[in-house]
Design a protein around this ligand. Structure first.
Ligand code: MN
Length: 154
């Protein structure tokens, strides 16, 4: 068997862990602001160039506020939290699907008392994320400010 061949099935090996999938840092430390996020690449092919990743944001953590030309499809499979997409923020939880259009600011935040784990489908050939300036950041993230972090209502 070609040692580089990808297994057809990656069995789960524990909670949100899969065979031969390493738990990676979300991004290089210092490359962009984020807090307590891990990344696992579950699927990575060239035809069509696409990846399925699993990100997990620890309680109280958050992903980078960013935008880019490539789109995301995100499905929550663990915990709950909030997302910002464009100029709106939502409470999100298990099995909610979030579509992030091109060049739309987005950020995912875990609840203070629960992680937020999600699958994210993305093109393997993609542009680099753009980050807001500190002044823009405040305005763009404003829809998240008034949101209760732990509604617990789901
Ligand atoms: Mn993104």
């Amino acid at each position: 068997m070609d040692p580089k061949a990808k297994p057809l099935i990656r069995k789960r090996t524990g909670d949100y862990r899969w065979q031969e999938v390493d738990v990676l840092r979300y991004k290089q430390e210092g490359s962009a602001p984020f807090q307590d996020v891990t990344r696992q690449v579950l699927f990575d092919v060239t035809d069509p160039p696409s990846q399925l990743r699993y990100f997990e944001v620890a309680p109280g953590g958050w992903t980078t506020l960013e935008r880019h030309e490539h789109v995301h499809a995100v499905m929550v499979i663990r915990g709950r939290g909030q997302c910002l997409v464009g100029d709106e923020a939502w409470e999100i939880g298990m099995h909610d699907l979030v579509s992030v259009p091109a060049m739309t600011w987005h950020q995912f935040r875990a609840a203070a008392d629960a992680p937020l784990g999600f699958l994210c489908l993305v093109s393997a050939e993609r542009d680099r994320p753009q980050l807001p300036s500190p002044e823009e950041d405040e305005v763009i993230a404003r829809p998240l400010q008034g949101k209760p972090v732990d509604s617990g209502s789901r």
